[in-house]
Design a protein around this ligand. Structure first.
Ligand code: CMX
Length: 132
């Protein structure tokens, strides 16, 4: 793993929470985008050495919708920036880690992403994220 790229935070209403980050905490908003493949609308916040990814569910099929229903708002995942994501996935699979997909999928910001099941990662949902 190269570094932590971002921390994902599940929110019910993106527009409602943004002023907390931009005005109260004084952190810059980098961009807002919809990630159709994950059914999420996300805002990236520049927190200096790491980004915060605020995640709002686009519909009730989104993993974020289910998370909010079960656990409420809060930290959802930690994303590692990696190179050669397919190779990283294979290495982890060989070590017995359960991955949520066979191949990486398109994620926010044009990155390719893959998730490690929290049951394989001591209760934490980790993402691998490769930017081109
Ligand atoms: N962090 C830690 N544990 C989590 C979790 C999370 N974010 N989400 C679910 N879990 C745990 C649950 O607490 C539950 O544990 P128990 O059985 O002990 O109660 C277990 O995992 C199963 O949870 P579930 O509610 O039944 O949910 P599912 O198995 O249907 O889905 C998961 C869980 C991780 C497989 C699903 O959320 C997923 O596929 N996530 C990857 C994709 C994703 O999160 N996309 C949204 C954001 C993408 C982006 O950044 O763009």
């Amino acid at each position: 793993m190269k570094k932590v790229d971002h921390i994902g935070i599940a929110v019910r209403d993106l527009n409602a929470v943004l002023p907390y980050y931009t005005d109260t905490l004084g952190l810059p908003l980098m961009k807002i985008e919809e990630v159709e493949s994950q059914k999420v609308r996300v805002a990236f916040i520049d927190a200096g050495n790491v980004k915060l990814e605020l995640l709002e569910a686009m519909d009730d099929q989104s993993a974020i919708y289910k998370f909010l229903e079960k656990k409420g708002e809060g930290i959802h995942h930690i994303a590692f920036g990696v190179e050669n994501i397919e190779q990283r996935m294979e290495e982890l699979r060989d070590k017995g880690i359960r991955l949520l997909s066979d191949k990486p999928n398109p994620g926010a910001g044009g990155a390719m992403v893959a998730f490690l099941h929290p049951k394989s990662s001591n209760g934490v949902l980790y993402e691998l994220c490769e930017k081109e």
